[in-house]
Ligand binder design. Structure first.
Ligand code: C2E
Ligand code: MG
Ligand code: MG
Length: 602
């Protein structure tokens, strides 16, 4: 931005060059006047240093002819002062010295002179030099003026943000790019709530300062490099950015903007709180062009204002619904432990060769007061993003260990419990401490505990440091806790980490098991995973076994452990207790039960 945009002197805009001649000798001044006046310049004069500075400040000339030898403030000092004056630092200065006064010329250069001329003046030289310098200076000013005009056309002078013009241009570029990369673009129009009141009650000057503060806060809060933040008009601002995760990222960003705007601001020693409403439209679903997207975001604003102010609204109703549900979910999820709304369900695992119940997987559920029993698929990833998974995971681990020990105390055959562990919980040393506490509190022997983690956890570990994941797993194994890789086959399925980490079990993902009887590829992959587990002496569990055919296939390939609806879905404590009771009477209860139901035998 050109610096002197607001105080551009009028001489910047005219063609006739102004020359300020500074000389204490009247004869000299007169000579220059005679030599230069036919050229059509605007000539101004100063008799001493002080007057030179004053006139330079007032006139902002195109050139100063500055005599070195003057009583009082000499030419060097004048020159130096001008160079230190921000506004006049660029003023072309030609110093007038005695012929061949080398020392003065050196001093003049140091003081910041652009050129030198000797007295007495040579008529041709004077005219030529003045002509060249004023022409260059005029050209420079012309360029500056063009820059200024371009700036004025594209930027808002109050806040320095892009204005509507530049916004539309930038939006066009962003939309073109999004079209090529198949991304969504969010257009957030933000309007301050009751801003008119600020203007009316505190005056426009305060209003302007508020707008500048809002511009700064918006720019800082957006924190995406490619985002465009612009001022549309009055108290309307726009933020545009492209996104891969539409509703989630956009709602978070919008809430972040609202939060940062509503922080108390102090303007002219007055504390005030300003809020805003945001309307959101999305490319391509709400429009393909900048103008339409802005119009639709504007429509959404009116809804936000009508609803509650200090809030955001999507243009599309379905998106509002998704955003709202997520917001509600997040808020309620925070209280899920305090409200005692989590439940652990237990899904039996059956040994395929003997038909005996040998383990269970603990699977969390949310007993929501209004929505009923919610699957972990609905809330685990949100809990992970919010960091709540650490506490939730700890609670599941403790509950599962306690329940398993309670069953053992009640005289049921001791079976193993598998508990899912999120990668977020895997930041040492939390997990080790959490596991030790859960085992100590429940008095469950570590050999009955298995932790299920996903391949991604192991892939995060870069080096074999003891402090990292490898260290934690090694300590857990040393205690006797087993380590299973969940959903095996869906991730990287790299063999190298299976050797590096003390893994005991692989769980073949449900997506392979599902089609083992119909899809040759899935059958081949499953067979290979089982063979690999055997060669590495790992236990192998097939998840999601639903049919007798699947079971038969897996038995044939000697897959050791079977988990799935075929035997039982995950069950609440009472129902699992019921199964355990049956198993005491009849160790092959689960297997036999199915035989009876299906009328088939093994
Ligand atoms: P997962 O660990 O792979 O658990 C197996 C999922 O498959 C469970 O879903 C289970 O109900 C389901 N399932 C079992 N047998 C069958 C079957 O025969 N057919 C079908 N269609 N599905 C079957 P669920 O309980 O909804 O859990 C989903 C995922 O949520 C789990 O996948 C696990 O990754 C995660 N999860 C559950 N509880 C916890 C927890 O306490 N902590 C963490 N971090 N994640 C958990
Ligand atoms: Mg699991
Ligand atoms: Mg799984």
């Amino acid at each position: 931005m050109p610096e002197n945009i607001n105080n551009a002197n009028t001489s910047n805009w005219k063609n006739k060059s102004t020359i300020l001649i500074v000389d204490d000798e009247q004869v000299s001044r007169y000579t220059v006047e005679i030599l230069l006046s036919p050229e059509g310049y605007n000539l101004e004069f100063a008799e001493n240093g002080e007057e030179a500075l004053e006139k330079a400040e007032a006139l902002v000339p195109d050139l100063m002819l500055l005599d070195v030898m003057m009583p009082g403030m000499d030419g060097f000092e004048v020159c130096q002062r001008l160079r230190n004056n921000k506004r006049l630092a660029e003023l072309p200065i030609v110093m007038v010295t005695a012929l061949d006064d080398r020392e003065s010329r050196l001093r003049g250069l140091k003081a910041g002179a652009d050129d030198f001329m000797s007295k007495p003046y040579d008529r041709a030289e004077l005219r030529a030099r003045v002509h060249t310098i004023t022409r260059l200076n005029r050209y420079r000013r012309l360029v500056e003026t063009e820059e200024q005009l371009a700036y004025l056309a594209n930027y808002d002078t109050l806040t320095g943000l892009p204005n509507r013009n530049l916004l539309i241009e930038r939006m066009r570029q962003t939309l073109d790019r999004a079209h090529r990369t198949h991304q969504d673009v969010a257009v957030l129009v933000l309007d301050l709530d009751n801003f008119q009141m600020v203007n009316d009650s505190l005056g426009h000057e305060v209003g302007d300062k508020v707008l500048c503060e809002i511009a700064t806060r918006l720019t800082q809060a957006v924190s995406i490099q490619e985002a465009t933040v612009a001022r549309l008009s009055g108290d309307e601002f726009v933020v545009v950015f492209d996104t891969d995760n539409l509703v989630k990222e956009v709602s978070h960003k919008s809430q972040g903007l609202l939060d940062s705007i509503s922080l108390t601001m102090i303007i002219d020693n007055q504390e005030m709180v300003i809020t805003a409403s945001i309307g959101i439209s999305v490319y391509p679903s709400d429009g393909l062009e900048a103008a339409i997207l802005l119009k639709n975001a504007d429509t959404a604003i009116s809804r936000a204002k009508a609803a509650d102010k200090n809030t955001y609204q999507f243009f599309t109703t379905e998106m509002n619904q998704v955003a709202l549900e997520r917001l509600i979910l997040e808020n309620q999820l925070r209280k899920v432990l305090a409200n005692d709304e989590l439940r652990v369900y237990y899904q039996p695992q059956v040994e395929s060769s003997s038909g005996q119940l040998i383990g269970m997987e603990a699977l969390v559920r949310w007993q929501h007061p209004k929505l009923g029993l919610l699957s972990p698929i609905k809330f685990i990833s949100v809990a992970e993003e919010m960091g709540l998974i650490v506490d939730i995971g700890k609670w599941v681990l403790q509950t599962a260990c306690q329940q398993t020990k309670a069953w053992q105390r009640a005289g049921f055959p001791p079976i193993q419990i598998s508990v899912n562990v999120s990668s977020r919980q895997f930041k040492p040393p939390h997990l080790l401490k959490t596991v030790k506490e859960a085992l100590a509190n429940s008095e469950l022997h570590p050999i009955y505990l298995e932790l299920e983690l996903t391949e991604s956890v192991l892939m995060e570990e870069k080096s074999d440091s003891d402090n990292g994941i490898l260290g934690v797993l090694t300590d857990l194994r040393a205690m006797g806790v087993k380590i299973a890789i969940d959903d095996f086959g869906t991730g990287y399925s790299s063999l190298s980490y299976l050797k590096r980490f003390p893994v005991t079990t692989l769980k073949i993902d449900r997506s392979f098991v599902q089609d083992i009887c119909t899809d040759d590829n899935d059958a081949a992959i499953t067979t290979a995973i089982i063979a690999m587990a055997h060669s590495l002496s790992l236990s192998i569990v097939a998840e999601g076994v639903e049919t007798l055919e699947q079971l038969a296939f897996l038995q044939d390939k000697q897959c050791e452990i079977i988990q799935g609806y075929y035997f039982s879905p995950p069950l609440p404590v009472e129902e699992m207790t019921h199964i355990l009771e049956k198993v005491i009477e009849q160790p092959l209860y689960l297997m036999k039960n199915k035989e009876n139901l299906d009328g088939k035998t093994f």
